[in-house]
Design a protein around this ligand. Sequence first.
Ligand SMILES: Nc1ncnc2c1ncn2[C@@H]1O[C@H](COP(=O)(O)OP(=O)(O)O)[C@@H](O)[C@H]1O
Ligand SMILES: [Mg+2]
Length: 217
Amino acid sequence: MAVKIAIASQKGGVGKSSCARLIAREFADNGWKVKIADMDIQQGTSFHWCKERAANEILPEIRTETFASIKQALKDADNFDLFIMDGAPAASAATREMAKAADIVLLPTGLSNDDLRPQVLLGHELIKAGVSAEKLFFVLWRVGDSDAEIQDAREYITKAGYRVLSGEVPDRTLYRRASDRGKAFTETTSASLNQRADKVVQSVVSAIEKISKRRAA
Ligand SMILES: Nc1ncnc2c1ncn2[C@@H]1O[C@H](COP(=O)(O)OP(=O)(O)O)[C@@H](O)[C@H]1O
Ligand SMILES: [Mg+2]
């Protein structure tokens, strides 16, 4: 059975697709059979990135397919070890359906209250829809250089009743440049930026390990 990760937010541009691609790349590099289900048919961001990656012959190859419905996407899930659903920006029925089907739901967010508020509200909505709070993990994305701001955001999320993955991904031009060439955030020209992105992946690995143990029990 595939481990299923859903990546969701109400807002666009918070880092869902970049996060999906980062996780896909790292697990694929460790020998997992991985697929990204791009649920944002308007943008198809991950789909286009994959084409760029293939054109530049970057390994490991990452498989991506665009799906109009979660039901359709899920039919394919168990052919893989890891199935990542890169959501459309919405707190819609499709977002709830995706979260329910997932083992882990990642909620990337920036640090401002304008970013945090809608993401916490989405968390509340998902729980109201029956998604277990245990599955939800906020991810700090596009952060600045202020440790105080990062700490405040962690507190905001924790006080709202949610967990935050350790590590955070800063907003950097080199990440964008890498993306534009079909690379993931661990494949930039900066070793330190690659390490920062990898720290977030390691927290996802820990979350998956916990879920797998619970499944096996
Ligand atoms: N950490 C980052 N640093 C710089 N640019 C980023 C970062 N994360 C995302 N971006 C850029 O921001 C835009 C939106 O990111 P994306 O991952 O597509 O978000 P979403 O899927 O939530 O809309 C893209 O142009 C992407 O390259
Ligand atoms: Mg996207």
